[in-house]
Design a protein around this ligand. Structure first.
Ligand code: FAD
Length: 343
């Protein structure tokens, strides 16, 4: 609109316009039109991709989606998720799934872990901490552990409902912290139809349905199958709607919505599960959501008498294993400093 001059030198203006043409694939009139240039970035029409020889070989331009439609689709809302500091382009996947990281830690310290122990109560005295637990599955026996200090990694959603000796401030913060909601579905399909029929190899289909997205496996491509799709990764109000359904209703909803995108769903589905983290009694939420940390974060992260919290919620990287590990290191540092001070 001729206003670039006010913020930029003449030379900068020329460079900026050149960059818009180059990066935005704009033509000499600075508009984005159907052309072989734009098709090279946005894709070609069916049967119009560059080929070889004579027959059907010359590429054809494709018709861009109208700006208004692009804006209204709100596609851009989802795109920005994958461009943050926390989503680097090369992301690693542990062989066998995320849980393998926890299993690897467990292998190293297995003889120090008491499994099937549901903590019910934590008592603090001047000289130590007492943790009472019962059997999580109702079959084993309960017990009491005593120690000089306690590092507690139970999520605040659960901890705030237990009988725990902590300061009034700490209790208030535990109760106040909100946890994000999330729902995910794993769908086992007999055949990798997305690869065989539609040439989709990995990646995500973003939708405006409550399931939010369908994510395709990035391992074992071209194998005969079966294959597992992530059939839903719902957040926000849609996740609450899933939370309120029975497991069977959740699965049926995911299949019905997914079949609108891939009609093969019904024939190829063999089994599946839809997990809602607000319904998992050991988590009661997906990950912590510090809206305004203010002084509350410091209260949550600071040792309270002989008790100190650790976990993803005690970090600036909530919802990531990295956050929980870094907070654990800091909790150990606090216990160490205190123990050294006490001699
Ligand atoms: C859907 C989803 C996707 C994710 N994707 C990724 C990812 O791709 N990459 C990544 O790095 N991170 C991811 N995360 C986050 C990662 O899983 C967490 O940040 C991490 O597991 C947090 O570790 P934590 O030790 O703080 O808590 P948790 O792993 O939740 O551990 C808390 C433990 O406390 C136990 N517990 C609860 N109540 C009691 C009780 N009363 N008595 C005894 N024990 C109890 C629980 O059973 C649990 O084992 C994801 C999380 C979710 C939910």
């Amino acid at each position: 609109k001729g206003r670039l001059d006010s913020a930029l030198t003449k030379e900068d203006t020329e460079i900026l316009l050149e960059s818009l043409k180059s990066f935005g694939i704009l033509n000499n009139d600075y508009s984005y039109e159907a052309s072989l240039d734009t098709a090279e970035y946005r894709g070609y029409p069916e049967n119009g991709a560059p080929g070889g020889g004579l027959y059907n070989a010359a590429p054809e331009p494709s018709e861009p989606i109208a700006l208004e439609d692009l804006l209204k689709s709100r596609f851009w809302e989802k795109m920005r998720n994958h461009t943050t500091y926390r989503h680097h382009a090369p992301m690693f996947q542990p062989v066998g799934g995320m849980e393998e990281i926890a299993h690897a830690f467990a292998r190293e310290v297995d003889d120090t872990i008491t499994y099937n122990a549901k903590v019910d109560r934590i008592r603090q005295t001047e000289s130590g901490v007492e943790v009472e637990y019962s059997s999580a599955d109702g079959e084993g026996s309960g017990g009491v552990e005593t120690a000089d200090y306690c590092i507690c990694t139970i999520p605040f959603t659960v901890l705030s409902q237990l009988d725990v000796d902590v300061s009034g401030d700490m209790r208030r913060v535990m109760r106040a912290l909100h946890y994000h909601e999330a729902v995910k579905a794993g769908l086992e399909m007999k055949r990798r139809f997305w690869e065989r029929d539609e040439q989709i190899y990995g990646g995500i289909t973003l939708t405006d349905l409550p399931i939010a997205e369908i994510s395709y496996p990035s391992a074992e491509m071209h194998s005969d199958g079966p294959g597992v799709l992530l059939g839903c990764y719902a957040y926000g109000p849609h996740a609450y709607a899933f939370n309120s359904m029975s497991p069977e209703e959740r699965l049926e909803t995911v299949l019905e919505q997914g079949a609108r995108i891939h009609p093969q769903y019904r024939d190829e589905f063999s089994s599946g599960v839809v997990l809602s983290w607000h319904r998992v009694p050991w988590m009661l939420g997906c990950y912590s959501d510090w809206d305004d940390r203010g002084r509350d974060y410091e209260i949550a992260a600071t040792m309270d008498n002989r008790f100190v919290c650790a976990g993803e919620h005690i970090s600036y990287l909530p919802g990531w294993q990295e956050g929980s590990l870094l907070s654990a290191l800091d909790a150990v540092r606090q216990v160490h400093d205190r123990a050294v001070k006490e001699g």
